[in-house]
Design a binder for this molecule. Sequence first.
Ligand code: HOZ
Length: 429
Amino acid sequence: MTTTKSKLLFERAQKSIPGGVNSPVRAFRSVGGTPLFIQKAKGSYLYDSDGNRYIDCIASWGPMILGHAYEPVVKAIQEYAEYSNSYGAPTEIEVEMAELIISMVPNVELIRMVNSGTEACMSAVRLARGFTRRNKILKFEGNYHGHADSFLVKAGSGVATFNIQTVPGVTAGVANDTLTAPYNDLNAVERLTGNHKGEIAAIIVEPVAGNMGCVLPKTGFLEGLRKICDQENIIFIFDEVMTGFRLAPGGAQEKLRINADLVTYGKIIGAGLPVGAFGGKKEIMQHIAPLGNVYQAGTLSGNPIAMIAGYTLLKELKANTRIYEELDQKTLYLKKGLEQACAAWGKPHSINQAGSMISIHFTGQPVTDFASASQGNNDRFKQFFHAMLRRGIYLPPSAFESWFLNNAMVREDLDIIIHSAKQSLAELS
Ligand code: HOZ
């Protein structure tokens, strides 16, 4: 497999873009080697600039749930692009989009569009602070809620990938207002809420974590958080940037049957275009400007092209819930195949899966939080990543990221991934 063009592009990119990439994990630094530059994608396949084809296990970190270049979305974008890219004024499609999301997800009466998951989480936290008149938030180690200052404390994703302990630029004041607890540790949360009575505005959580690999909530964990939030008048925020419209049409709230007070969404509601949203009960959401004084704004928020793309995708997900059964079956099939491959290999491993999110950690212990995720053998992950890539399987270039399946994947793709995993594992030292 030749990747000369990607290598040349990466050399060129480093002269004009920090690290040659616009988002750190893509730089391949934690796995080594040169990032692939993607030229196009269709269905379950990515094609790099050298024309190599890969089975895509990232789905743009979630949103390409029906595969790449999904025709109804492409057509809708083309049609809307004829009108104009942006008006900075309200449009009908924004209303349709809000109504559609409200019809699909529990506990959302009002929803505000933004441009990314980061913006959604940042705005939800500001709203929680404005509503409760409290300053602190509580987040979980290894959870990632985007790159707003408040969240870059013991964060997952790239922060974990690059083992960044303290992010320069985040002031001590901001960091002090962010309390952290280990994921799945209700006792720690009880201790923190006890020590900071009346100070915590919000608890924000990834209901299924996807930024330290895929890590599932233990039975009772989310229910326990809900209870604590109710007792302490804390706003409970579900960050559904990864799980929203992926685990079920109504996201983790529907799948796990837990009610959040505020929910945040990201890329999937733009079908891969830059969109995010936060929503919740009217009682809280009505504090957002112009109804209230909690300010939040954006010229590109509710952008018509992004709206029609997301609307077209979500409508399909609503109309055809069989998609979720198919995705679950495919992911379970993959999990079984990977388990068999790992068992034959015989060295420590742990596979986590929830719906169409899955990941392998190279540790023999169950992975239930950031500490256990960090026990994974990163050298093995690196070797595995490259061995898979050589066989045409594109995995996340970090052990601290979940894989995301898309429904364009067919049995043959899954068998190729499983077969490649068997061969790749056999190569590991
Ligand atoms: N940190 C992102 C996933 N959790 C990766 C973003 C990207 O590189 O596109």
